[in-house]
Design a protein. Structure first.
Length: 220
């Protein structure tokens, strides 16, 4: 069965550019972003890794740890990092997993269980399904899964927007509407009765329909 939102993120041990880690221990009480790449020295991923390095302060501000993955070895990640710094103006400032045994890629349903052999002999096309984004909460459960094709660069501003929504809705009984951004109005979730809503949202709300109640974003 494929990994789903709400499932416990599979735990694992792996070698990274910052040493050996146990994933759940590494997450600790933080949020985490695990993002994968089909191969080192690939053009789209090169732009993504540089962009994410520049955005890291935004993730830090939200208490989100970053962890990259490629099936290539850690020493190749280090060489790739030089190219990323040269072409993008910033090198990865977060750990990158060297998933040479395909263990993590298989645990997270990015590669079939039957995959084996030398990762260096595989092409990016062989690993094209390793283009995923997973957001994982402090409870170690998967909160978001995004899967991208090889030809389309990821939008990490959108990932930040979703994380803002996830963190807000984990704390307050609201949902965020289409194209929501930090600071904009939210929706009171249907499981909150009007009587309970009066206690939780004493400033009131605008009811477009009984099931569609708009309220300013909670601040506390």
């Amino acid at each position: 069965m494929a990994l789903q939102i709400g499932a416990v993120a599979p735990d694992f041990e792996a070698q990274t550019t910052e040493g050996k880690i146990n994933f759940h221990d590494w997450i600790g009480n933080s949020w985490a972003l695990l993002f994968s790449h089909p191969k080192d020295f690939t053009p789209v991923c090169t732009t993504e890794l540089g962009a994410l390095a520049k955005l890291k302060p935004e993730f830090d501000k939200r208490g989100v740890k970053l962890m990259g993955l490629s099936v290539d070895a850690v020493d190749r990640h280090a060489k790739w990092s030089d190219d990323i710094r040269e072409t993008q103006g910033a090198a990865p400032n977060y750990p990158m997993i060297g998933d040479t045994d395909f263990n993590v890629s298989k645990l997270y349903d990015m590669l079939p269980a039957s995959v084996s052999g030398d990762p260096a002999a595989r092409t990016a096309a062989d690993n094209q399904t390793v283009r995923n984004v997973f957001v994982i909460g402090p409870d170690k459960k998967v909160k978001l899964i995004l899967v991208y094709p090889m030809t389309t660069g990821r939008n990490f501003d959108e990932v930040l927007r979703v994380i803002d929504s996830l963190q807000l809705t984990a704390k307050h009984r609201v949902a965020t509407p289409v194209n929501w951004k930090q600071g904009e109005d939210c929706i009171i979730v249907p499981s909150v009765s009007d009587d309970d809503a009066k206690k939780k949202f004493p400033g009131g709300w605008k009811a477009l329909k009984p099931y569609l109640r708009i309220v300013p974003q909670p601040r506390s």
